[in-house]
Design a protein around this ligand. Structure first.
Ligand code: GLA
Length: 663
């Protein structure tokens, strides 16, 4: 059993610990309570810059020394943060040019957090200096287990439009295109007289009278992701130089934000970690949680990952911050573990008494330890100890859902056929449908290795390069099954339309040629010949070389294919030319999964989540999470690690409960 964090004997448990908000007497109570709850890993110093460097170049580590020693003495390891996500007021006051600027030219001031321009040289220098000091000071500290660079890059400042960013953008563009001619070609500047004749003329896509150039927008998003990644690398490289044996992470926000190209980020992290918060108003929020976990595991290349933050109960930043029901936080944490996390940490250890997050739940709530939250925190700690042997095992999936951040950015721009034809909602719907069918899915990049999947779904892949289209074709030619959703394969990597009939990049593979889009009006639907109902989208086209399984059944596109299938030897390429509601999508994906030989993890009642983790030595762990209000029975057997009981089939799983069967 090799744990993700070497020092931990099993799974990680803990949270963000912000001792600077409390007195040293409270620190001593904290470590005692951490032991009571079974906490073995805390993230320290995420927002400590102002305390670590109270004046330029004057570092004060005494308080942190004391905290680190206290934690080490109590056997608690530290994920030590570099503290660079919130420059202190003295810094921003002295360097107002480091503050970010929005697309309207408005400078955003300090007084909250993340008030810096990612390209600012003075910010980068100050951050690097702090990291150097921290790494040198704590390199050999026995509590140090992991470095936590920054915090949620791009959460509040994903894009900056200032002059410094403009210059950095031009440098990035020179690297990408080499010449202005190539840039003009890629950006399609023959349109609207946008031709550039000198690099200095090029700006970030600042507010402009109408639609900005789509490729400029797209490249700017790529640049912003790279620029923040550059900030991460700068810190990571310092840490690696001083402490080569300590792994480095930064907490991503996979499936909460789509602003950064997390495929590129995943490759740069020693340990992939993620933050996830339920959206209280979403009735499917536990399925959204599973999507976030599946995506994070995929960004980690299938290896175990760390849930860096989630909440014991309510957050403070939604319109209505609903508290978690009894047992809900436990199900949430164990779902992340089921889907490959080797630890579950919270924001934050002790709920703050002051500041913008004072109404955010913590592991120690305002009410103290005589509380539902604390009792649940202690119970979860004990559950995670019982699951220690799960650490290091991985999740296997037969299905991959394709996800390309550039494609999402391009698809969700304005000036398209329909504002309803968005990408993320479609990706969520296809994942949700698999979830309901009990099928575990990975996410994959269209350029990634797809060969191990029986089935690949492309719910929304508007942008597709020739290279990636060829990779999808080879996957099918080698016997794979591919299902392509509407408005996919439309444009190349520069957002230029593939000509000659849609979906140009996939026309031959799908055996379909579409000549015109017929998006539907708001709320309008269109019947299909197989009894399903199309939403948002229809199109005029024909099957050039594919079996038509359903056509649009009325209106101007009556008779055009709505659902097709083309065989390529033992491989199959399906095309769905409209959007379905969850029921119709469920029927389609059940047909597709059956044809591809993809089976659910186990047969379980609706609302019961089943996911399996596996060790290379063959030991497996079947996680069963009952999200319903009813007790259920499931035909499975094994030893339930949470109760220690051996289960002879059937297992009776009470409403809201979880079982983890070693099999
Ligand atoms: C994010 C941040 C934390 C905190 C939580 C609140 O995840 O990383 O610092 O603000 O949100 O939910």
């Amino acid at each position: 059993m090799q744990s993700l964090i070497l020092q931990l004997a099993g799974l990680g448990y803990g949270g963000d610990y912000n001792p600077e908000q409390w007195s040293p007497e409270v620190w001593r109570e904290d470590v005692a309570l951490m032991r009571e709850a079974g906490v073995n890993l805390v993230t320290v110093g995420v927002f400590s810059w102002a305390f670590l460097e109270p004046a330029p170049g004057r570092y004060e580590f005494g308080w942190l020394d004391e905290v680190m020693d206290l934690l080490a003495d109590h056997g608690i390891f530290v994920d030590l943060a570099t503290g660079t996500a919130s420059p202190p007021p003295w810094f921003s006051h002295a360097h107002p040019e480091s503050l970010p600027v929005d697309a309207d030219g408005r400078r955003l001031w300090y007084g909250s957090r993340q008030a810096f321009c990612p390209s600012s040289p003075v910010y980068r220098q100050a951050a690097a200096a702090l990291v150097e000091q921290l790494a040198t000071r704590y390199a050999d500290h026995p509590a140090l287990a992991l470095w936590h660079v920054h915090n949620e890059y791009g959460c509040h400042n994903p894009r900056c439009y200032c002059d410094v960013s403009a210059a950095a953008f031009r440098t990035w563009l020179r690297r990408r295109y080499g010449s202005l001619d190539d840039l003009n070609r890629a950006w399609g500047t023959a349109f609207w007289s946008q031709r550039y004749t000198a690099w200095e003329q090029i700006l970030p896509p600042r507010a402009t009278p109408t639609f900005p150039n789509p490729t400029q927008l797209l490249d700017f998003q790529r640049f912003c992701s790279d620029e923040l990644l550059e900030c991460y690398r700068l810190e990571r490289d310092i840490l690696r130089r001083i402490t080569p044996d300590v792994p480095v992470t930064t907490n991503l926000m996979a499936a909460s934000t789509w602003e950064l190209d997390y495929w590129a980020w995943g490759r740069e992290l020693d340990v992939v970690s993620n933050d996830h918060y339920l959206w209280a108003a979403d009735p499917h929020n536990h399925i959204g949680l599973s999507l976030a976990a599946d995506l994070t595991r995929s960004l980690a290349g299938g290896r175990p990952w760390l849930l860096m933050e989630h909440s014991t109960s309510a957050v403070n930043w939604q319109p209505r911050n609903v508290a978690k029901k009894p047992g809900q936080a436990r199900r949430n944490s164990l779902t992340h573990i089921a889907r490959g996390a080797d630890g579950a940490l919270f924001f934050q250890w002790r709920a703050s008494a002051a500041g913008a997050e004072k109404f955010h739940s913590g592991m120690v709530p305002h009410a103290g330890t005589d509380s539902k939250i604390w009792r649940e925190v202690v119970r979860l700690g004990s559950d995670l100890r019982s699951l220690a042997e799960v650490a290091g095992s991985t999740v296997e999936a037969d299905v991959a859902i394709l996800l390309d951040y550039s494609s999402i950015w391009a698809q969700e721009q304005d000036s398209h056929p329909s504002r309803d034809m968005t990408a993320v909602e479609e990706i969520r719907a296809w994942h949700r449908t698999l979830w309901r069918a009990g099928i575990t899915a990975d996410f994959a990049h269209p350029g990634g290795d797809l060969s191990r999947y029986r089935l690949v779904l492309a719910p929304a892949l508007y942008l597709l390069s020739a290279e990636h289209a060829a990779a999808l074709a080879s996957y099918v030619h080698e016997g794979g099954s591919l299902v392509v959703g509407p408005f996919s394969g439309i444009a190349d990597e520069n957002d230029h339309i593939w000509l000659g009939g849609y979906p140009g990049a996939l026309r031959d593979l799908l055996g379909v040629r579409v000549e015109e889009f017929f998006p539907l009006l708001e709320g309008e639907t269109i019947p299909l010949s197989n009894g399903a109902t199309g939403r948002i989208w229809s199109e005029l086209g024909r099957a050039t070389d594919a079996e038509v399984l359903a056509t649009f059944a009325s209106g101007p596109v009556a008779g055009s294919p709505a659902l097709t299938r083309k065989q390529h030897g033992s491989g199959t390429a399906w095309y769905v030319a409209t959007r379905f509601d969850d029921d119709d999508l469920g029927k389609l994906l059940s047909q597709v999964t059956e044809a591809a030989g993809v089976r659910p993890t186990v047969e379980a009642p609706a609302g019961v989540e089943a996911v399996r983790r596996r060790h290379p030595d063959g030991r497996t762990y079947l996680f069963l999470i009952n999200h319903t209000d009813d007790d259920v029975t499931i035909s499975v057997e094994g030893k339930d690690l949470l109760t220690g009981r051996t289960i002879a089939s059937p297992l009776r799983l009470p409403a809201g409960d979880v079982a983890v069967l070693q099999q």
